[in-house]
Ligand binder design. Structure first.
Ligand SMILES: [Zn+2]
Length: 665
């Protein structure tokens, strides 16, 4: 008899939890879909949003189930030990009281167990959170996105109605809990409630009552979660596109640089999507940003020299975002991105100040975001710190160059004209080049700290999870990888391979590294996809990368990178496996000339581009030439279909002088 009753009770528990979970999950999912449809947010990316939200719902359900099981075990054991069941009122009260504290304990435990790669002792957690901003953001990821219930609990503290809803939820949980504990209590008495087996109908009724309570509890839970996640501010999607000028990918920790001090970008990468092979369409600022902000090849835009500007007819991503109700803002720090170059197009708020540091830009960004927390916004940040001249603060400089001769070398960077300095580095000792690289790394570390401040602000304002955060660059930098210094001259990967990191938990997975070649042109359609704007009508040459993100790999479509900064235009075709670069000549003056033949590299076998295969593989050369011709033809065709941009407005003599001092002329 006892064994049979035990079996029945266990069966009840076994049935209740998964059934409740299943129903709660289904209801939560329906709520999400209904809500999205109601909000008119029914776009092609919907299913991804639904899956993302559904995962959160399921997580919430799993946690409730874990709590309930744990509570049952504790109270069941207590009753068995005492030899008598608790009174119903007491059982309900315990259920209500334990609901949140126990849930929070589970959250802590879960966080403790899942902080990957960090051995964290529980008693050190509060200090760690206080001291380690990185850890705080990591926790944020789990607290706010994965563990919806905690978000609910935290919001209770701020909002009266959420408090009422919480009490209701806890009460329902208490009643349900009462039923289950009563069942265990009967086991504690070690005798059946009735001498004869209960009729089937009665058992069904008994099962139905607690089951319906579970279902109601989960529905309320899901409704609360979904309401929190999908109403008000959480339904909004913001975009912050950050371009860190001249940042080559391989100097960041998340791209494998062992000496990098980039904890915040690494954290962003760990919680978001990293593109392993993001290639800029140009190796210098003007065409690089042209491609980034218009989604069009620089040749199509007519951006060849520093005397060219973005035509007024060019369609910028800011214009599209503004058209779709986003507040648009840009903060730029170099003349090539100023109004005179046409980059203000589409931005309601446009702040340009020559060489303003990352710290100022972050302050201004916060100033832009704060009054817009209740709106949709698109913010473009252009930080110039990582561009020449590399002048990190004294402490950072010493951190990256612990030697004795920091001051004179810093002095040299501060006082030497760029063109002279470049020749010095190209012809000079290794030490000067190494020092430049160290100072460059120092600038990167400083920018990373400032970005950390921005991320922390977004987190504190609970705006980090509904913001598409993208960090990339317009091009890289050469440190004599192929004998040169700077950028814009060549088309080797050190000037084309840029970082591309995205985080947007509403639609993007976390910790995914996408293999395969993507290009700067792809950003425009990808951003539109992430905020639910139909991109096809803009006829953009780039690809929406969402599908590739979810697949974890990109089909390596051929692409063109180009530069015309010094001398004639030269082009590189990159098809994921091989790279073809057209020949070119450069004259630096001071008897320094570069005369390069056509080059072909096998990027897979020779990623550092050391062995030119043009002579030894003539057939391959022919195939690649044809591929490049086809690509160039496509670019020309797109120019002919109403997308030709004429070059207008010339620069002032003063501006030209300024560009000359930085080596652009
Ligand atoms: Zn640049």
């Amino acid at each position: 008899m006892e064994a049979e009753q035990l079996k029945t009770e266990l069966k009840k528990i076994a049935l209740l939890l998964p059934l409740g979970l299943l129903v709660g999950f289904a209801v939560g999912l329906t709520m999400v879909v209904l809500h999205l449809v109601e909000q008119g947010d029914f776009h092609y990316g919907l299913w991804r949003t639904v899956i993302g939200q559904a995962t959160h719902t399921l997580n919430g359900g799993v946690f409730v189930a874990c709590n309930a099981t744990l509570l049952l075990m504790i109270l069941g054991a207590l009753q068995v030990m005492l030899g008598r069941p608790f009174a119903p009122g007491l059982r309900t009260a315990i259920g209500v009281l334990l609901f949140f504290p126990l849930y929070l304990t589970m959250v802590w435990l879960f966080t403790y167990l899942t902080v990957s790669g960090q051995s964290v002792e529980t008693h050190k957690l509060p200090a760690l959170i206080r001291e380690n901003a990185e850890f705080t953001i990591y926790l944020d990821r789990y607290f706010w996105s994965r563990l919806d219930l905690l978000a609910v609990a935290k919001t209770f503290a701020n909002r009266f109605w959420w408090m009422v809803a919480g009490l209701l939820m806890a009460s329902i949980f208490g009643v349900w809990f009462n039923h289950l504990v009563a069942a265990l209590g009967r086991l504690a008495r070690r005798r059946p409630k009735t001498s004869a087996p209960a009729p089937l109908g009665k058992w069904a009724a008994r099962l139905l009552i607690p089951l319906s309570v579970v279902v109601i509890a989960l529905i309320v839970l899901n409704m609360t979660n979904r309401a929190l996640a999908l109403t008000g501010r959480d339904l909004r999607r913001n975009v912050i596109l950050i371009s860190l000028d001249t940042l080559r990918a391989d100097r960041l920790g998340c791209y494998g640089c062992p000496t990098a001090k980039t904890p915040f970008l690494d954290l962003l990468a760990k919680n978001g999507v990293v593109f392993e092979e993001a290639i800029s369409n140009s190796s210098w600022t003007l065409p690089g940003h042209g491609a980034m902000l218009t989604g069009v090849q620089p040749t199509t835009l007519g951006l060849f020299k520093v005397t060219d500007r973005l035509d007024n007819h060019a369609l910028t991503i800011a214009e599209v975002m503004r058209e779709h109700g986003f507040d648009t803002g840009a903060i730029a720090s170099y003349i090539l991105l100023d109004k005179v170059y046409g980059f203000h197009q589409g931005f309601d708020y446009f702040d340009y100040e020559d060489l303003q540091p990352a710290a100022t830009i972050v302050d201004k960004a916060i100033g832009f975001i704060e009054p817009r927390l209740a709106k949709n916004f698109f913010l473009f940040l252009h930080m110039y710190d990582t561009h020449w001249p590399y002048e990190p603060d004294e402490a950072t400089a010493k951190e990256f160059w612990p030697g004795q001769i920091v001051a004179p070398l810093r002095q040299l960077i501060a006082t030497t004209d760029y063109a002279q300095f470049a020749i010095k580095v190209i012809r000079g000792e290794d030490m000067l080049n190494d020092f430049c690289l160290a100072m460059y790394d120092g600038e990167i570390a400083q920018v990373d700290r400032e970005l950390g401040r921005l991320f922390k602000f977004l987190y504190e304002k609970q705006a980090i999870d509904n913001t598409v955060l993208i960090v990339t660059s317009d091009h890289g930098e050469e440190f004599r990888d192929h004998g040169y210094f700077g950028h814009g001259l060549t088309l080797y990967d050190e000037v084309l391979h840029v970082p591309l990191i995205m985080r947007f938990p509403m639609m993007l997975p976390e910790g995914v590294r996408v293999q395969g070649q993507v290009q700067t042109l792809d950003l425009f359609p990808t951003i539109l996809g992430l905020v639910g704007i139909e991109a096809t009508k803009y006829n953009l040459p780039g690809r929406d990368l969402l599908g590739m993100i979810h697949a974890g790999a990109a089909d390596p479509l051929p692409m063109i990178a180009e530069t015309s900064m010094s001398g004639d235009s030269r082009y590189a075709l990159r098809n994921g496996q091989y790279k073809l670069v057209t020949p070119y000549e450069l004259d630096f003056g001071a008897n320094l000339k570069i005369d390069k033949p056509e080059e072909i590299f096998d990027l897979r076998a020779d990623p550092r581009e050391r062995t030119n295969l043009a002579e030894t593989h003539p057939k391959m050369a022919e195939i690649l030439r044809r591929e490049m011709a086809a690509q160039m033809e496509a670019i020309r065709r797109s120019s002919a279909t109403g997308k030709t941009f004429s070059r207008s407005e010339q620069l002032s003599a003063q501006e030209i002088e300024r560009l000359r001092s930085l080596g652009y002329l």
